[in-house]
Design a protein around this ligand. Structure first.
Ligand SMILES: [Zn+2]
Length: 247
């Protein structure tokens, strides 16, 4: 029985959808590293490079161009995804504002069909301080529904089983109505996450911020039963009901 469960776990597929090139690194890279560390497959879709609104220090360089920022952000995010063992799929839709038109939405649905994820990690539905994150969240949820069809009923197009969907933690969680209900112990892969954080050179100021966040979440998770050996945690909020065979 145990062997069967292990095989099921190894076969799982994870899809992460990030509005900008770095969002997945701060908020979900521990989850990705844990997943690929046991043989799971993972892909990260970056809807934009965050070249206009989230490229931090790159815009302080004299003579900077949008093309150069886009290239650097792509290289950084590709490097981070590679460290995590994940495929990186950039859609280059532009940011601030991010817009997901029907063509891009169709591409997103294709990616769902191609990757058939068991686990989907997306932005939280609300973010009053970021114009692009809720757009990415809505586009991700819509693409998931389009790829699923009507919950197991036959359809005129290829469909996938419903992936379990979680929101990863927003930058200002308490102002985004983010209520974490899932604490993930990423201590075993913290060194991998640190490397991925270091790959995002343009927003180096956020490394310390998200290291502290992971420590705070570890402390909070003690109320959910974690021991002192749990040093780093990523928080998630389930957006779909969970199917269990026993409680
Ligand atoms: Zn972002």
């Amino acid at each position: 029985m145990r062997r069967r469960l292990e095989l099921i776990r190894v076969a799982r597929s994870m899809l992460v959808i990030s509005a900008h090139a770095a969002d997945f690194v701060w908020r979900a890279s521990g989850a990705v590293a844990l997943h690929t560390g046991v043989g799971g497959e993972a892909a990260v879709v970056s809807l934009s490079y965050g070249e206009r609104g989230e490229s931090g220090s790159l815009w302080r360089r004299p003579g900077q161009t949008i093309e150069a920022v886009r290239r650097i952000r792509r290289e950084e995010a590709e490097a981070a995804a590679s460290i995590l063992g994940a495929a990186f799929i950039p859609l280059d839709l532009g940011d601030y504002p991010l817009a997901v038109d029907e063509e891009a939405s169709g591409r997103l649905v294709e990616i769902f069909i191609e990757t058939a994820p068991d686990i989907l990690l997306i932005h939280a539905p609300e973010d009053p301080f970021n114009p692009d994150h809720p757009v990415a969240s809505e586009a991700s949820r819509r693409a998931r529904l389009l790829a699923m069809g009507a919950g197991g009923a036959p359809a005129a197009f290829p469909t996938i089983p419903p992936p379990m969907m979680y929101a990863f933690e927003p930058h200002q969680p308490d102002l985004c109505r983010f209520e974490p209900d899932t604490f993930l112990d990423i201590t075993p892969v913290w060194a991998v996450k640190e490397k991925a954080l270091q790959a995002m050179g343009a927003q180096a100021f956020l490394r310390e911020h998200y290291t502290e966040r992971a420590r705070q979440r570890a402390f909070q998770s003690r109320y959910a039963g974690a021991g002192s050996e749990v040093e780093y945690v990523e928080a998630f909020q389930r957006l779909t009901p969970e199917m269990r065979s026993a409680l």
